[in-house]
Design a protein around this ligand. Structure first.
Ligand code: ZN
Length: 598
């Protein structure tokens, strides 16, 4: 995806990151940086920071960061080339000739989206043909109105091997595009055939209105009940949600998270236009971050069977980590929201609204679940429950909230507030002790995250120190390229102990030594989106204004000193085979040069 470097240089100079970002975010200057409310997650106090000096941004709330191109990629939901095109247009720059860069992936993505759109039209039109009649009857049987069927673009894939395939080939798509879109499969002989057959079809539409995938439900007892599009160039299951394209326009400040497409559609039909669902998988942390972009409050509304309750417990943890307020709606009779609303006929929507308003927060939900474990008809059972509940309350971070629950629990079971408090405090102390123990384990874990092999106890602090020095040095060099010559003389990349920092350091220094610019935007094509966020974080974590050339050489010393203490095994643990070969070759040369000449 290499664009000519002169062009990129020009684009960089003309795309001031503060200016570009302020088109989307209300930025306030604070000295040399600017801050604002993050556009990528919901927040009330600004943690989104723009650094003009390093031409980067970083959000301390959700950990997203990068350069001006990655900002546009994220906020406009574009791929790299299209983000560059948009910036070029904004800066009045002409894009280089198409042949000078490879945008084949982008073209394929567009073809896949077009094929999906045409497929959605085809599936929908089948509902009104003889072979699709069964599909329409099924949807009517699930009490969906024609209006709902139309607005969700529901459809039917005929019981045939070639009907969609032939239709799309006629429309000018080629076999490879259909296979890439996961609309068709290829047999061993090379023939292609429809992937979805005899299924009711649910198009999955992203927040920009693209049909990105499908879910197909079989109408019989055959397995699998649901068949979904696998990941394609245009679709990633783990960060999309069904019906978010509609729910994002709802007036409600909440989102209802359901398990199935049918639940979502039934809720929308009943007036709850803020329901979404995961795509045939359990909730992922990426989806939680997407949700946080649109709301602060999620109501989990999963099936009331055992599997649904297990999934609820899991979802609570994931959503909490994303900083969301969580409510849990429990369906009292019937298995899922779809069934519940249907069962109650005309009063279904009203009753569901009552459930929604009374849905407790996740702690209340956990207390209810806990209660089910004890025999509340005996004094012994109640006492055991109060004890277990107090342990649960120790997990409430907000002390005011904790006190309120302690008071309520004491009142409800007619015990003194003090006795509940004692249990809670005992538990809190126990946890504090355990967390000290965890500190050591955490440091070790942090190093493992950096890709380091386990390091003996007393040297952990040193190893953490060297990781920090590596990061500080990278941030310093990006800001002070003049020092790169001196630094690389004493510190070859091989001396870096973490694989990631080593790659960043190599990239940055080799560019500088070649006389090229090494800002985040220059090096970012070499890294993934996640890695770019990581580099932006490094750049934002170290206050380069106060770092001096002397500090810079101290970082070098720390890295040399600590990495010399590490065994070759510890160091090479983070390397690929190729890097290991290079490392030992380098080690041999370094040793040779130290020998005195005869
Ligand atoms: Zn953020």
């Amino acid at each position: 995806m290499a664009l000519p470097s002169e062009f990129m240089q020009e684009l960089r100079l003309r795309s001031d990151i503060s200016q570009v970002v302020s088109g989307y975010v209300n930025l306030h200057r604070r000295g040399k940086i600017s801050v604002g409310l993050c556009p990528f997650h919901g927040e009330k106090t600004p943690s989104f920071t723009v650094y003009p000096a390093t031409e980067s941004f970083y959000c301390f709330g959700c950990g997203v960061g990068g350069d001006v191109v990655s900002f546009i990629m994220r906020i406009e939901n574009l791929d790299y080339i299209d983000a560059v095109k948009l910036l070029a247009q904004r800066a009045g720059l002409e894009m280089p000739q198409e042949s000078s860069y490879d945008d084949s992936m982008q073209r394929l993505r567009l073809r896949v989206l077009e094929a999906n759109r045409e497929a959605a039209r085809f599936f929908h039109s089948q509902l009104h043909t003889p072979q699709g009649k069964a599909g329409l009857e099924y949807l009517h049987g699930r009490q969906l109105s024609d209006g709902t069927i139309r607005s969700f673009g529901l459809g039917f894939a005929p019981d045939s091997w070639r009907s969609l395939t032939n239709h799309l080939l006629d429309k000018g798509f080629n076999s490879s595009e259909l296979v890439q879109a996961n609309l068709a499969m290829q047999s061993k002989k090379g023939d292609i055939y429809d992937r979805f057959r005899n299924r009711v079809m649910f198009p999955i539409i992203d927040t920009r209105g693209n049909v990105i995938a499908f879910g197909g439900r079989i109408m019989t007892d055959e397995k699998p009940k649901y068949l979904n599009t696998s990941d394609t160039v245009a679709f990633k299951k783990s960060n999309n949600l069904f019906a978010l394209n509609r729910a994002k326009n709802s007036k409600s400040d909440k989102l209802i998270l359901c398990e199935g497409y049918m639940d979502v559609i039934a809720l929308h039909q009943a007036g709850f236009d803020f329901a979404v669902a995961t795509l045939g998988t359990s909730l992922t942390s990426e989806q939680a971050v997407v949700i946080k972009r649109y709301t602060n409050t999620v109501v989990i509304c999963y099936d009331s069977d055992e599997a649904g309750q297990k999934a609820t417990a899991r979802a609570i943890e994931i959503l909490r980590r994303a900083g969301l307020d969580i409510h849990v709606l429990t369906i009292p009779d019937g298995k899922d929201p779809d069934e519940f609303i249907k069962k109650h006929g005309d009063s279904g929507a009203y009753r569901f609204r009552m459930l929604l308003e009374n849905s407790g927060n996740d702690l209340e939900y956990k207390l209810t679940k806990l209660k089910e474990k004890y025999d509340m008809n005996t004094a012994d059972g109640r006492a055991k429950y109060v004890n277990a509940a107090a342990v649960l309350l120790a997990g409430v971070r907000n002390s005011i909230q904790r006190d309120v629950y302690i008071g309520e629990l004491a009142h409800e079971y007619n015990v003194t507030t003090e006795s509940v408090e004692r249990t809670v405090n005992y538990e809190l102390r126990k946890r504090a002790k355990a967390s000290k123990k965890d500190e050591f384990a955490n440091a070790q874990k942090q190093l493992t995250n950096e890709g380091l092999a386990p390091i003996a106890g007393q040297r952990i602090t040193g190893a953490l120190r060297v990781v920090r020095a590596e990061e500080a040095l990278i941030a310093y060099l990006v800001n002070n390229p003049d020092m790169a010559g001196k630094v690389t003389q004493s510190l070859p990349p091989q001396k870096f102990v973490t694989e990631f920092n080593r790659r960043v350091y190599s990239e940055v220094t080799s560019r500088i030594l070649n006389g090229e610019s090494a800002m985040l935007m220059d090096i970012s094509p070499e890294f993934s989106a996640e890695e770019i966020s990581r580099i932006a974080k490094i750049l934002s974590n170290y206050n380069v204004d106060i770092a001096t050339p002397k500090a810079c050489m101290e970082y070098v010393d720390i890295i040399l000193e600590e990495s010399n203490k590490m065994t070759p095994k510890e160091i090479t643990a983070t390397m690929s085979n190729e890097e290991i070969n290079r490392y030992f070759k380098w080690l041999g040369q370094a040793k040779k040069s130290k020998r005195k000449p005869n």
